[in-house]
Design a protein around this ligand. Structure first.
Ligand code: CO
Ligand code: ZN
Length: 334
């Protein structure tokens, strides 16, 4: 699991350019898939058909997004400095000192205009990328080129740190769940979605095709366990989070109950999640067609949307256990 996570997090894949990530996943899941297809938006849909024929079988869509936050070059000045805009939630406070890799392999460092206020992170519009060019004509980056953080994966005991843990850690959890399921009464669609970070775009179109009865996103969530962090219930290492609410979605209470009951029965640690900022693919799935029963399993993650996002290995393992337990048995809703 750790080596797959290293490979995936070190792969370039900003929103709209998920191809390299998708190739790795395709190779990994092929032996376990009954059907695989890539839709027009680039999402990879992997189907695992029911292995046992039982009552209460459901068509279930699981989603983890392949894309990561990044930037797009918007202007090159006469000295070859690249101005950029956010492609997804890149914030100034995390961008200072970062290295950015562009789609053609060119790497640059983020510099900034003179600060007026040294205590405040400047806006992205006050930053630029220095790719080593001296003029517009020798600049190897052109307007419209996409970039993403360049940062290597590292381990600190059980704590794993990399760029794009959001949501490659969710991608790994889905892959490992697909591998772990020995039998299921359900028609399962494991979807590796595109363009989540720019507004949950790939999940919506994939859900329209699949027309699921239940949708579950697997994504990261912010924690409240660091100095002076916001008061939220999620801690690193204390188990997968059962989403109850985020600003984009109210989870279906039946899905919350299904997740909680399964965790308690299987003695898997879990946490209840109320997230104060952000949303997930579950929002897009829930609002597809005439509406879908939806929820989300969240992986606690510190420093979300920085180039050093931190997750805990036990949380990943327990997420796989919880999903496997949920999907291996029939489920009945009132
Ligand atoms: Co994100
Ligand atoms: Zn995410």
């Amino acid at each position: 699991m750790k080596s797959l996570l290293k490979t995936l997090t070190e792969t370039y894949g900003p929103s709209g350019h998920e191809d390299a990530v998708r190739k790795i996943i395709q190779k990994e899941v092929k032996p376990f898939a009954d059907e695989m297809r890539v839709d027009a938006m680039g999402s990879l849909i992997v189907r695992k058909k029911p292995t046992v024929d039982v009552e209460y079988s459901k068509r279930i869509m699981l989603a983890a997004h392949m894309d990561e936050i990044g930037v797009i070059a918007s202007h090159i000045d006469k000295n070859g400095f690249v101005r950029f805009a956010s492609n997804g939630g890149v914030f100034g406070r995390y961008t200072l000192g970062a290295r950015i890799r562009f789609m053609n392999g060119v790497t640059g460092v983020v510099g900034f205009d003179k600060f007026e206020n040294m205590d405040q992170a400047p806006a992205l519009s006050k930053m630029y990328i220095d790719v080593g060019a001296t003029s517009r004509s020798d600049c190897p980056v052109k307007v419209g080129d996409f970039g993403a953080f360049e940062r290597s994966y590292m381990e600190m005991g059980n704590r794993l740190v990399a760029k794009s843990m959001d949501d490659r850690s969710g991608v790994v959890v889905l892959i490992e769940t697909l591998k772990a399921i020995k039998s299921t009464p359900h028609d399962l669609f494991f979807v590796f979605t595109t363009q989540e970070e720019v507004g949950v775009r790939g999940a919506g179109t994939a859900a329209y095709r699949i027309d699921p009865e239940i949708g579950l996103a697997v994504d990261v969530t912010a924690t409240g366990d660091t100095p002076a962090s916001s008061k939220v219930n999620m801690d690193l290492g204390k188990g997968p989070c059962v989403k109850v609410r985020d600003p984009g979605m109210l989870s279906d209470p039946r899905v919350v109950e299904w997740m909680v009951n399964t965790a308690e029965k299987a003695k898997i640690p879990y946490q209840r999640e109320v997230l104060l900022m952000g949303s997930t693919d579950a929002r897009a799935i829930q609002l597809t067609r005439s509406g879908v029963m939806a929820g989300a399993l969240s992986i606690p993650c510190r420093y979300v949307h920085s180039a050093s996002e931190m997750v805990d290995l036990d949380d990943l393992k327990n997420s796989v256990k919880l999903l496997t337990a949920m999907l291996s048995k029939p489920v009945k809703f009132n």
